[in-house]
Design a protein around this ligand. Sequence first.
Ligand SMILES: NC(=O)c1ccc[n+]([C@@H]2O[C@H](COP(=O)([O-])OP(=O)(O)OC[C@H]3O[C@@H](n4cnc5c(N)ncnc54)[C@H](O)[C@@H]3O)[C@@H](O)[C@H]2O)c1
Length: 358
Amino acid sequence: MTSGMDVIRGDLEAIASRAADDLRMLDGSRVLVTGGAGFLMSYLVETLAIRGLHVVVIDNFTTAHRGRLSHLMGQPNVELRDQDASTLELAEPFDVIVHGASIASPVAYRQMPLRTLEVNALGTWALLRACAARPPRSFVLLSTSEVYGDPDPAHVPTPESYPGCASFTGPRACYDESKRFAETLSLTYFRTYGTPVRIVRPFNVYGPGLRRDDGRVVPSLVDAAQREQDLVLHSDGTPRRSFCYVSDFIVSLLRVIARGADGEAYNVGDDREEISMRDLAERIRRVTRAPGRVIVRESDDPDYLVDNPQRRCPDLAKLRALGGAMPCVSIEDGLGRYARWLAAEDPAPSQPVRTQAP
Ligand SMILES: NC(=O)c1ccc[n+]([C@@H]2O[C@H](COP(=O)([O-])OP(=O)(O)OC[C@H]3O[C@@H](n4cnc5c(N)ncnc54)[C@H](O)[C@@H]3O)[C@@H](O)[C@H]2O)c1
């Protein structure tokens, strides 16, 4: 039987092979990764650690699970520091800094709006100050596709130049607006001090590492499927998203880290399919062979659909222009890999977990 770690190991092998040229360019670097125990950054940390780079991980475990990187502890090239990125003071230099610390799940950021604002605004500021004192070769900010808000359909697929249509006062603004601020701040450091800032805007990435109580739509629906319950949609099922499997995301992230241009933002995701929430739920049902139906039920949270974007699909022309491997994992393969990991590593509890928006 496949274990959850086997699924992740397979992903890491695929990343190492597809991103070999970019990893070669980073050889010998000392890398700081904030939020390094979280879903996306733990994949990056493992990829760099396997390659033999020196990696310092900062995470205060607001949402991360302490066991995720435990197998790397004791390895001389990996250091895990339980620290708050919002108040970080860095004494030592790094070649590359990747700022991934944030509160990314809608369930979590609505429970912790002030801490979300803090890590996105003050955490980014603390790191940029450290970069101005001891410049790295690159500072990579993990922003979000949420900076585009609910885009005008004429701008979907959405290019980086689209200024966005986002609420700065609504229930999601603690996340969306502080990411926008983090981008403004980063580009101001680039223009003022020449800080080598590169911005990555992930579009709906999913995969092993997302626990069943994360609150994002893929874990919530796969959780329901594995507990043989109905797959509940809280929208009318028509909002559309483009989902990107984690290994595809990390390959593109490494391309931006190694070859992106300073002062530029890059969409990173998968542009091959834009699928509705109903279609996503049906595909999850098929992949997991779940007996439940796909049903629509209003959320108990009155803010649930406020400012929920109707469409989200990246224009990847800028990423493509950097060359390198583009997304290749199909949604069916990605969901299958994720479902196998979840069943093995995070067995279904008897109580239902809350579903949330993508
Ligand atoms: N997964 C996606 O689809 C997606 C989409 C858009 C943007 N992003 C961005 O990518 C980054 C990683 O997202 P993820 O999906 O892996 O989320 P995640 O929640 O799994 O990871 C975030 C990590 O940051 C840590 N963290 C939070 N506050 C912190 C603080 N003050 N100090 C130190 N650590 C702190 C958490 O404990 C967690 O380990 C985030 O910046 C997120 O906003 C992700």
